[in-house]
Design a protein around this ligand. Sequence first.
Ligand SMILES: C[S@@+](CC[C@H](N)C(=O)[O-])C[C@H]1O[C@@H](n2cnc3c(N)ncnc32)[C@H](O)[C@@H]1O
Length: 252
Amino acid sequence: MPETNEALHDRFLALSDPPSEGSIVDLGCGAGPALAAFARRHPKAQLIGFDREVESLAKARDRLRGHSGPVKLESADLREKFPLDAASVDAVVSSNLLECLPDPTLFLREVHRVLRPGGRMVLSHSDFDSLVVSGAPVELDRKVLHAFADDSPPWMDSSDGRMGRKLPGLVAASPLVRTHVETLVTHSAELSGHAARRVGDIRGALRSTARRGCGRVDTVEVEDWYAAVQQADAEGRFFFAEMAVVVAAHRV
Ligand SMILES: C[S@@+](CC[C@H](N)C(=O)[O-])C[C@H]1O[C@@H](n2cnc3c(N)ncnc32)[C@H](O)[C@@H]1O
């Protein structure tokens, strides 16, 4: 099974289908993995990425250094009006950003404003409230996974572990025309690859929230959960599944 990002980027490419020298914007681009996938397929495309974290933008800049088309990577707060002209871009993609924004409807209105008529948007969001991690005793498992779905670290202005399942409805209620909805499920019976990274994210995020004196689990519960997950893996009982919801839409 391809790694999560690889499968998702294939869907971004297929569903956004930009002209080969068109402009593609990744909103909340992080270290630029999706833009790098567009660069490989469309070596002359104009690639634009916005994120608030300058460290991530520096990594994206390194990653896109050899791209032959124009590249623009800038710091921007995507809770506000995007630093783009109206009707100026061919495709917009974004993954796992929307739950961080207090007003997703404003974000979708902005996407509508900056897309050219006929331009396409593809959004993806994991539904963190339906993560499956088999290993720990059921009560501890529910407690930890629900605490992660509701976790709101300082870098997020808001959090919504159910954003994945809400995505189709939010896009349907926006000025864009929703054209496609699908799910992408990553699963693994081994604690490796994406499963190991996500389990590590859960452990790291909840430990740091507990250390700030917030959240619903303490560090001992987090470590007990992590030890049980590792034990399950050693005994061949581990299972992991994460569902991302992918929604495509266009501007008329
Ligand atoms: C979960 S990461 C996803 C990164 C990337 N899209 C990916 O899928 O690998 C969310 C990203 O959104 C960015 N972000 C969160 N709130 C933001 C805001 N208000 N404005 C701009 N970027 C923001 C974070 O800095 C982070 O890089």
